[in-house]
Design a protein around this ligand. Structure first.
Ligand code: ADP
Ligand code: MG
Length: 477
C-alpha cells in the first residue's frame, strides 16, 4: 500500500430514502407497517396483477410537500410519475413507480450546523420494494408487505467534503422530518436509508472525480465508516496510478469494507417512461399555502432560540432530541429567561429522574409546567433550600397541589421568630470561635461555612435567605 497522499479531498452527495408514515401504501389503499406477518399486507396492486390500477395516496403527497417546503424547495405544481424498470424478485411489476421529470420538489437547500449550505437537488415520491430474506439453507424468501410503501427520495448536490458534513446533514434532515411527523425515521426499521456517493479530487481540479455509490446504509455510524473506508480506498488506487470505476457497492459492517454489487447503471438503463396509469398530478396554490402554514418551528429555529436563552450546545442537543421535554420546558419558561438554567436543571434532573423511576412519559407527569416553575421560583427567592424544594416536589407529585399550597402545607410560609433564629445562629457561631472571629473581621467566604452548619443543625427550620441576611448583618456591624 502506498502512503496516503494528503492533497486529495473528498466530495460527497447523499440520496436519502425516507418512508413516509402514512397508514396505507403509495399507490394502493393496502396498509403497510413494520413487523407484520409476512405477505399479509398485499393486494393486486402490490403484487402487480395484470389490470390492477394504481391510485395516488393524498397524505403521502402532502407529507412530501411538507418536507420539500421545509427544505426550501420549489414545489412543482404539475408533478409526474414514471416507470423505472429493473428486475428484482421483490419488485413484482418489473418496474418501480417513481418520478423522473418534474419531481414533486426541486432546488432547495439547508444550512447545517457548521454553517455550510447543502443544496437539495430534488425530492421525489416513489414506492418501496419488498424484502428478500436469504436463509442459511440457501433459500430466498420474499415478503411483499413493504412493497409499495411510500418513499420520498431526497437528493443533495455534491456539496459535502467530510464525514462530519455528511453526519451534520443527516442529523439535520432526521430532526426536521421528525419535527414534521412525516416519517418515524427509525433506521433499525429501515424508515430512513442512505445512499452515499463519494469521489475524490485534488484541491485545484476543475472536474469532479468519478464517484462510487454505497447503497442502503442503515446507520449514521456506518455512513461515517463507509466514507472513511472509501476515501482511503480511492486515494490508494489513484496514487498507485489506477483508475476509479463508477460502481454500486454495499457496506459490509462485519469486514468493514465495501463490496461491489454491479457496475453503475445510468438513467437510460432504466428505460424511464411516463406512467400511463397515472395522469400528471396537479397541486393547487391553496394546498401549498395550507401546508406552508402548518409547518412547525424547525430545529434550526429552535436551536437559535435555545442558544439565546444561554443554554449550551449539549443542553440544546438534549432538548432537541427529547421533544416532549422541550415542550414542557418551553411551557415552564414562558417569558421568564432569568431562571432559565434553573428550570432546565429541574426538568432534566428531577423530572427526568422521576420519569425514569416510574417508566412514565412527561405527557402524564403530574406537575404542570407552570406549577413546577412556581416551585423553582420559590427556591430561587431563597425561601427554601434545594433539599426542601425537592421535598415539596415529591409532595406535589403525590397530592397534586400547587407549589404555593404545598409550600404552605409543609409550614415553610410561617413567619419565623427572629429572636429564636438569632439565638439559634449565635449558638452555632459559638461552636466555632476562631471562624467566628474571622467572620467578624469581615472574611465573607465564611458566610458559606456557617450557612452549611446552621442549615444542617436547623434542619430546615429557618429560611436560607433570612440566615444569610443575618450573617451579613453581623459582618457589617
Ligand atoms: P443518479 O440519479 O444516477 O444516482 P445523480 O447524478 O442524480 O445520479 O447523483 C446522485 C448523487 O450523487 C447526488 O447526491 C449527487 O450529488 C452525487 N454525485 C454526483 N456526482 C458526484 C461526484 N462526482 N462525487 C460525489 N458525489 C456525486
Ligand atoms: Mg443514485
Amino acid at each position: 500500500m502506498t502512503a496516503l497522499d494528503n492533497t486529495w479531498k473528498m466530495v460527497i452527495g447523499l440520496e436519502v430514502h425516507v418512508q413516509l408514515n402514512t397508514k396505507t401504501k403509495m399507490f394502493t389503499t393496502s396498509d403497510w407497517g413494520y413487523g407484520e406477518s409476512p405477505n399479509t399486507q398485499i393486494c393486486p396492486v402490490t403484487l402487480g396483477y395484470p389490470g390492477a390500477l394504481p391510485t395516488i395516496n393524498q397524505l403521502a403527497v402532502k407529507k412530501g410537500i411538507l418536507i420539500g417546503l421545509s427544505l426550501n424547495c420549489k414545489i412543482n405544481q404539475i408533478t409526474k410519475f414514471a416507470r423505472k424498470h429493473y428486475f428484482y424478485p421483490d419488485l413484482p411489476k418489473g418496474y418501480q413507480i417513481s418520478q423522473f421529470e418534474d419531481p414533486l420538489c426541486e432546488h432547495g437547500y439547508v444550512n447545517i450546523e457548521n454553517g455550510k449550505k447543502i443544496n437539495i437537488v430534488r425530492a421525489h415520491l416513489e414506492e418501496d420494494a419488498g424484502k428478500t430474506i436469504h436463509t442459511i439453507e440457501g433459500d430466498a424468501l420474499i415478503d411483499y408487505n413493504r412493497a409499495g410503501a411510500p418513499l420520498l427520495e431526497i437528493v443533495t448536490g455534491p456539496d459535502m467534503e467530510s464525514s462530519s458534513d455528511a453526519i451534520a446533514y443527516l442529523n439535520y434532515l432526521k430532526e426536521t422530518i421528525l419535527t414534521l411527523n412525516a416519517s418515524d425515521c427509525d433506521m433499525e426499521k429501515g424508515n430512513l436509508r442512505v445512499d452515499l456517493n463519494i469521489s475524490v479530487m485534488k484541491e485545484d481540479d476543475k472536474k469532479l472525480g468519478i464517484r462510487r455509490e454505497v447503497k442502503n446504509i442503515n446507520s449514521f455510524r456506518n455512513v461515517e465508516k463507509a466514507i472513511n473506508y472509501e476515501f482511503d480506498f480511492q486515494r490508494n488506487i489513484l496514487n498507485a496510478g489506477g483508475r476509479i470505476n463508477q460502481e454500486t457497492l454495499l457496506w459490509d459492517d462485519k469486514q468493514m469494507v465495501t463490496h461491489s454489487i454491479r457496475t453503475k447503471e445510468d438513467a437510460h438503463d432504466y428505460r424511464y417512461f411516463p406512467e400511463p396509469d397515472l395522469p400528471p398530478l396537479k397541486i393547487s396554490d391553496n394546498l401549498i399555502d395550507e401546508i406552508k402554514k402548518s409547518i412547525p418551528k424547525l430545529p434550526n429555529e429552535i436551536r437559535e432560540e435555545l442558544l439565546s436563552y444561554k443554554l449550551n450546545s449539549e443542553q440544546i442537543d438534549f432538548l432537541i432530541s427529547n421533544r416532549n421535554i422541550l415542550k414542557y420546558f418551553e411551557l415552564m419558561l414562558s417569558d421568564n429567561l432569568k431562571n432559565c438554567i434553573k428550570y432546565y436543571n429541574w426538568v432534566t434532573i428531577e423530572v427526568v429522574k422521576y420519569l425514569k423511576e416510574t417508566s412514565s412519559s412527561i405527557d402524564s407527569f403530574p406537575i404542570a409546567p407552570i406549577n413546577l416553575r412556581e416551585l423553582v421560583d420559590i427556591e430561587v427567592e431563597g425561601k427554601i433550600d434545594h433539599k426542601q424544594a425537592k421535598e415539596i416536589f415529591s409532595s406535589m407529585i403525590k397530592t397534586r397541589v400547587t407549589a404555593k399550597q404545598a409550600f404552605k402545607d409543609m409550614g415553610y410560609d410561617k413567619e419565623e421568630n427572629h429572636d429564636d433564629m438569632e439565638s439559634f445562629i449565635k449558638g452555632v457561631l459559638d461552636q466555632f470561635p476562631s471562624e467566628y472571629s474571622r467572620l467578624l473581621s469581615g472574611e465573607e467566604k465564611l458566610v458559606n461555612f456557617f450557612m452549611g452548619n446552621i442549615m444542617k443543625q436547623a434542619k430546615g427550620k429557618y429560611k436560607p435567605a433570612n440566615i444569610t441576611a443575618y450573617l451579613k448583618k453581623i459582618i457589617e456591624n
